[in-house]
Structures are given as C-alpha cells and as structure tokens.
Design a protein around this ligand. Structure first.
Ligand SMILES: Nc1nc2c(c(=O)[nH]1)N[C@H]1C(S)=C(S)[C@@H](COP(=O)(O)O)O[C@H]1N2
Ligand SMILES: [Mo]
Length: 239
C-alpha cells in the first residue's frame, strides 16, 4: 500500500493514494504509507495547518512520492548514470563526471498533476540536451526512456521534448545536493510538464526509436504531460 503519484480522484486512483491525499490535506508530507506506518516519519509534522507545509525545511511544500516501499539510498561515490541505445558513444558517468559537464541553473515552479505546486524552485545540473550532445544521438532516435534505481519507476520523453532548454538532469535543488527523498543524488526536472515526468533516482537513459510509456502513463496518465494541456487540467503554464 505504498502507491503514490499523480493520481487524481477522477482517474484510476491507485490503491493507497486516497489515504495519502487525505493526509496531505492536513498539511502532512505525502510520503509512502508503508514507511509512514512503520516509521512514523510524517507524524512529526502531522499537526501543521493547511498551507503551512512550506515551512517544513525538508520538503518546502513538496510532497515526497515513491512507488516502492521506501527511498532508495545511493552514495554519491557509487552513483553511475548510463546513457545508451541509439547513441554514437555509450556513456557511464559518475557524479563528478556530471559536474565536469556544462552546468545550468533553472528556477521554475514544480507542479504535480494532483494540484500542488511549489513556486520558484532553484535547480542546477546538466541540461539533458548537453548530455545528449556528449553521447551523440543517432538519426534514427526519436525518444528517451528514463530508468530509476528504485527499480520500479520509469519515464519517457520524445527526443524533441528532451532537447528543450528547460529539461535538466539535476544534481542540486535549493542550492544543495538533492536529498535522498527528493531523488538524489540525481533526478530529472522537466519544467514544462507535470511532476510525474521528473523521475527521481535517475540511473539510466535509453535512447530509442519509439516512446515507451512510463510508470504512471501505463496507469492512465497522459504521455504528453504538458502543464495545463494534458490530463484534463487547466493549470497556468509554468514560466
Ligand atoms: N522514482 C520516482 N520518481 C518520481 C515519483 C516516484 O514515485 N518515483 N513520483 C513522481 C511524481 S508524481 C511527482 S509529483 C514528483 C514528486 O517529487 P518529490 O517526491 O521530490 O516531491 O516526483 C516524480 N518522480
Ligand atoms: Mo505527481
């Protein structure tokens, strides 16, 4: 019972999601139910009034999601990102290798398809387009598939979406290393799309010929997750 994610009550709500939504309505951090019950972590913030969740420094208004029973842990020294498939050069990058590539900072809102938004989050890391230039994308490539070292979550983008100037392989958030709960050491941040595109605990990028729908997309969410133009929502665009 630890399914969390982008569900809304109107669309194929996974088991467990409503429970979590009920808690976040009270301002509780929306962490996995199993972890919460077994470790009681969110109970420490359980009495915060609605709207005050942003005062919790650990999450700053984010609700922490995982589709597994916890948050995978990876020491920075052990971190590897593989880039393979339809590329000229397959890459296996360490965290330091990522740091040696051109660094880009992006400050933008983060919007989950369930309705919560965190304004003006500063991220930095390597633009996905810069990474793809390193690898060299073959002419036949049309899509990217992203893998998480949680062993369960996947995501997708078209090649065109991947080359946008606001899609980041992020290594820092709010000027600090990305925490384990937020998907550290490395996660995606896809500015123009709902949060489910921003895969946490990024471990692999497969360049391919066709889009392979990701975890929530296999469960009914739109493959094109543009904010305000997908999933039947009309949120303001993210700028
Ligand atoms: N690996 C993984 N990545 C994930 C998710 C997840 O459950 N597992 N949830 C997604 C969803 S639905 C959202 S809104 C954001 C939430 O990011 P946060 O947990 O840092 O708040 O992560 C996205 N990336
Ligand atoms: Mo989400």
């Amino acid at each position: 019972m630890t399914d969390n994610g982008p569900s809304t009550a109107t669309k194929g709500t996974p088991v467990g999601r409503r429970v979590v939504l009920g808690m976040v309505g009270l301002g509780v951090v929306g962490i996995g139910v199993g972890r919460q019950l077994s470790e009681g972590i969110s109970n420490t913030v359980g009495s915060v009034a609605p709207g005050l969740a942003s005062v919790i420094p650990a999450t700053g208004g984010f609700r922490i999601y995982t589709v597994t029973s916890g948050y995978p842990e990876m020491a920075v020294a052990d971190y590897r990102l593989t880039v393979n498939g339809l590329v000229d050069r397959e890459l296996t990058l360490t965290f330091d290798d990522l740091g040696a590539l051109p660094q880009t900072g992006i400050t933008a809102d983060f919007q989950c398809v369930t309705g919560w938004r965190v304004n003006d989050v500063p991220w930095s890391g390597v633009l996905l387009s810069d990474l793809l230039r390193e690898a060299g994308v073959k002419d036949s490539a049309r899509a990217l598939r992203f893998l998480s070292f949680d062993g369960a979550y996947t995501e997708s983008l078209t090649l065109e979406q991947s080359l946008a100037p606001d899609v980041l392989v992020a290594t820092s958030m709010w000027g600090k290393p990305i925490t384990r709960e937020h998907g550290g050491p490395v996660r995606l941040y896809v500015v123009p799309m709902y949060g489910y595109k921003s895969l946490k605990w990024l471990s692999g990028i497969e360049v391919g010929a066709t889009v392979v729908p990701g975890y929530w997309e296999e469960r009914g969410y739109d493959v094109d997750a543009s904010v305000g133009e997908s999933n039947g929502r009309s949120d303001d665009p993210i700028v």
